[in-house]
Design a binder for this molecule. Structure first.
Ligand code: SF4
Length: 442
């Protein structure tokens, strides 16, 4: 349970020296209890005090790092239950499972290809989980070696026999894989193994109570680099478990659940599997392990993850400037839109598809869409004219014609007045660009 401000105050020096930035030790204690200060701001707390205050100063969900270097995946360290309260910080790791009973090299190569570019962003399937289905230590070790040779991405090793795990872990320990899993039957050996190699450890219980008990046992062995699995596999039960774990960790600071979580899909139908993974990704799995390894299956999941883990207070924007699509010439048409990345990339895609090289002027609206920016006066005759001037459009083209989105046809007059250009009202939807340009610029 979280400590109250008064309980924390008992462990502080009570000298009111103000070095923490607070006027009194009591004020600092209250800030600490509310998660608005960190204990390291007070340089005078005794070692005993630090130990006693650990539960108040530690983040509600520990930060756990799997993998190394550029491909490391960071999980946890979340502070919210609802994204709109602030934001979620560490995107769910999506792991594709590879069984040591299948063609390991082929699946690992396929996994490496699961990357996409969409709306100017690069989407990556970031983890690979190698599972021992054979029960054969040599075969599992060989599978882990093969996968490690094909990808630098973060790994999860899945084997319940500590002896089998040890053989494979020895090969890739320097890659810091997640060791899955410590259970009631093997937790002492698995904990010792993970601890000796400094690798994160997954703890799998059988329901919430059992999981909390098992986590306490592992922590008592001196290891806290943990990821937790409640053991449930039914979609609604996993959803309920994940929700309880997140609530108890954040609202009650219930320490056994203060770690990121892992969930496994079990649906055979590819569409159902992706929907199931989407549920786990939404609430609140740190890692989702899936069987799907086709691009068309992964793209919706990665897109959903990208949406969920952006800062809701900061729209995704492209650089506001003049873009060239295709081999532009002085007589090429000029479109204008906002710098909201989704809008921009949709327009760019349609302009490209029209096969008529063109300029696109992306106006700085703070990354918001056409109608919202218009309503906020950020996409007006004056702001567009200013962007045109800044981009040097007069020197780029030999005409004075600019195309505005159909939804803001009302800007035609003010933009003509502010820029001196002829304003052409384009289609409302970007999908109408090809037809519009062929008819207007034939
Ligand atoms: Fe009290 Fe420590 Fe803050 Fe000084 S720095 S006022 S001792 S809490």
């Amino acid at each position: 349970m979280a400590l109250t401000g008064l309980e924390i105050f008992k462990h502080l020096p009570k000298t009111n020296c103000k070095e923490c930035g607070m006027p009194t030790c009591l004020a600092f204690a209250m800030a600490l209890a509310g998660g608005k200060a960190s204990l390291d701001k007070c340089p005078h707390v005794s070692e005993e005090g630090k130990a006693a205050l650990d539960s108040a100063s530690a983040p509600p969900i520990a930060l756990v790092r799997i993998g190394v270097g550029d491909h490391a995946v960071e999980l946890g360290d979340e502070t919210e239950i609802f994204r709109h309260d602030k934001r979620f910080y560490h995107p769910t790791g999506i792991a594709v499972i590879v069984s040591d009973n299948e063609d390991v090299a082929a699946k690992a190569e396929k996994f490496e290809g699961l990357e996409f570019d969409r709306v100017g962003l690069h989407f990556v399937t970031d983890m690979v989980a190698v599972k021992c289905d054979s029960g054969d230590a040599a075969k599992f070790k060989a599978a882990v070696e093969t996968v490690a040779g094909k990808t630098q991405k973060a790994m999860i090793l899945i084997a319940e026999d500590p002896a089998i795990m040890e053989g494979a872990l020895n090969v890739v320990a320097d890659r810091r894989p997640l060791v899955y899993a410590a259970t009631a039957d093997n937790y002492e050996k698995m904990t010792a193994l993970a601890k000796s190699k400094d690798c994160p450890l997954a703890v799998r219980g059988d329901g919430l109570d059992d999981t909390a008990t098992l986590v306490d046992k592992v922590v008592a062995l001196g290891y806290k680099e943990l990821v937790i699995d409640s053991g449930s596999r039914d979609t609604s039960k996993v959803l309920a478990d994940m929700t309880q774990i997140r609530r108890l960790a954040i609202r009650k600071k219930f320490r056994p659940f203060g770690y990121p979580t892992i969930a496994f899909t079990n649906k055979e139908d590819p569409q159902e599997e992706i929907m199931q993974a989407g549920v786990y990704l939404s609430k609140y799995s740190g890692i989702v392990v899936i069987k799907a390894a086709e691009k068309q299956q992964l793209l919706p999941l990665l897109s959903w993850r990208q949406n969920l883990f952006t800062d809701p207070q900061k729209p995704i924007a492209v650089e506001p400037k003049l873009y060239e699509v295709g081999d532009v010439q002085p007589d090429s048409p000029v479109y204008c839109t906002t710098n909201f990345s989704l809008t921009y990339f949709i327009v760019e895609g349609e302009v490209e598809a029209s096969r008529v090289p063109a300029y696109i002027l992306s106006v700085d609206t703070g990354g918001i869409s056409v109608l919202t920016a218009y309503a906020d006066n950020k996409f007006s005759g004056e702001t567009i004219a200013e962007a045109m001037k800044k981009a040097g459009l007069d020197e780029k083209v030999n005409h004075k014609k600019i195309i505005i989105p159909g939804y803001v046809a009302v800007l035609k007059g003010s933009l003509e007045e502010a820029s001196g250009w002829n304003v052409v009202v384009g289609p409302r939807e970007a999908s109408g660009i090809t037809k519009f340009i062929k008819e207007s610029y034939a």
